[in-house]
Design a protein around this ligand. Structure first.
Ligand code: GAF
Length: 395
């Protein structure tokens, strides 16, 4: 097993342009790209008005597009990733769409509701973001499409507004009541930085992450991650119920000590959920400080503590994911592992592990081997450094 490498961005761009010419008979007017993200710490805190610490990964969704030159008010799409086509009317018509095209529907509707004129266009989409791995492939699609709409009608929106419209797209198009982390990451992250986002003020603070001796290893458990399954919405409701029980606007407003002192006000389940959130907010702020100070030992401990809280209190991990973190911890700092935890919404997907760069290949190999032996499943691993957020590549 070796660390996977993705097709370079330049090759993906050439590929979508060539496919666009083949499908639609001309060169595209614009090409946009938006990345997936990995969250280093701060899980399920975003919709609790709390803190998250994601970074963009160097896996992207690329879209080539042109305005249509006839009168049909439609968007024609071809997805190289899904090997399928879809046609959408600009005005929503309730037509059944393939899953991936619902995100496009969501973006078009969100922009129109915000008063943006969405032109009829043709587009080809390709992506190197793993699908269903908790790495925000949907946010990458939304943000790259949002940039197409803005480019084709000649009006660029501020990044935070773009991210919020994409969040609305996810709510309406996919029916997932997500927070703001994924779309803010895909729209606003910078290369060589992680983003400490206060989800209440919606003010991102960029924290440099440039130490070449440390890399981010992403390990896909290849256990499917489906946020539309209802558990995500259920966690969100449980957090809101806990905040109501404590008489606060959001769990952001409660410290772990205040929660402990008010345990009697909550049923055991909302109490456990709140214990994860209140602790995770603190851990996230501390991890941002540790990262900025290259205090890797503290950062690693915070990641393990975060994982334990997601497993025991928030109950969003699965045995395969717990196994991956356990293996990483067994490998330990001597052999290059700084810290590890599940990343993303949960119920499968990926772990994020901070590793010593010179040992990354060996760590990935050991994790994959031991994981295969324990579960019978092939993990896939790749390393990444903090990448650039969504942008227009050609117009
Ligand atoms: C998913 C959601 F889309 C995010 O908003 C966030 O809540 C995350 O799960 C959990 O931290 O990715």
């Amino acid at each position: 097993m070796s660390i996977e490498t993705a097709k370079p961005l330049a090759d993906v761009v050439e590929g979508v342009k060539a496919l666009f010419a083949e499908k639609f008979g001309a060169a595209p007017q614009c090409v946009t790209a938006a990345p997936g993200r990995v969250n280093l710490i701060g899980e399920h805190t975003d919709y609790n008005d709390g803190f998250v610490l994601p970074m963009a990964i160097d896996r992207q969704t690329v879209v080539a597009a042109s305005k249509r030159d006839d009168d049909r008010p439609v968007v024609r799409l071809y997805s190289a990733t899904m090997k399928g086509a879809a046609e959408l009317t600009i005005e929503p018509d309730g037509a059944e769409l393939p899953g991936w095209a619902k995100y496009v529907r969501g973006v078009i509707d969100a922009y129109r509701e915000a008063g943006v004129d969405v032109p009829a266009f043709d587009a080809v989409i390709d992506s190197t973001v793993p699908l269903g791995g908790g790495l925000s492939s949907s946010a990458a699609l939304e943000v790259s499409l949002a940039l197409v709409i803005e480019t084709l009608n000649g009006k660029s929106l501020p990044g935070p507004q773009r991210a919020l419209l994409c969040q609305q797209a996810e709510h309406q198009g996919a029916g997932v009541p997500c927070g703001i982390m994924d779309q803010f990451s895909s729209a606003l992250c910078h290369a060589d930085h992680v983003m400490l986002l206060d989800c209440r003020s919606q003010q991102p603070k960029m924290v440099p992450f440039t130490d070449p001796t440390v890399s981010v290893l992403i390990t896909n458990s290849n256990v499917k991650h489906e946020l539309t399954g209802g558990e995500y919405a259920e966690r969100r409701q449980q957090c809101e119920a806990a905040a109501a029980g404590l008489g606060v606007k959001a769990l952001r407003d409660v410290t772990p000590e205040q929660l402990a002192a008010n345990e009697a006000k909550l049923d055991p389940l909302p109490f456990k959920r709140a214990r994860h959130i209140t602790g995770e907010n603190l851990r996230t702020e501390r991890a941002a400080e540790a990262l900025a100070a290259s205090d890797w030992e503290t950062a690693g401990e915070l990641m393990y503590a975060s994982h334990a809280a997601m497993r025991d209190d928030f109950e969003i991990t699965v045995p395969e994911i717990d196994k991956l973190v356990e293996i990483a911890r067994e490998i330990g700092p001597e052999e290059g592992v700084i810290g590890s935890r599940m990343t993303g919404g949960g119920f499968g997907g990926c772990t994020v592990t901070l590793v010593r760069t010179d040992k990354a290949e060996e760590v990935a190999r050991t994790i994959a081997e031991r994981y295969k032996a324990a579960t019978g499943i092939e993990a896939t691993c790749f390393t990444t450094r903090p990448a650039e957020g969504g942008r227009v590549l050609e117009s």
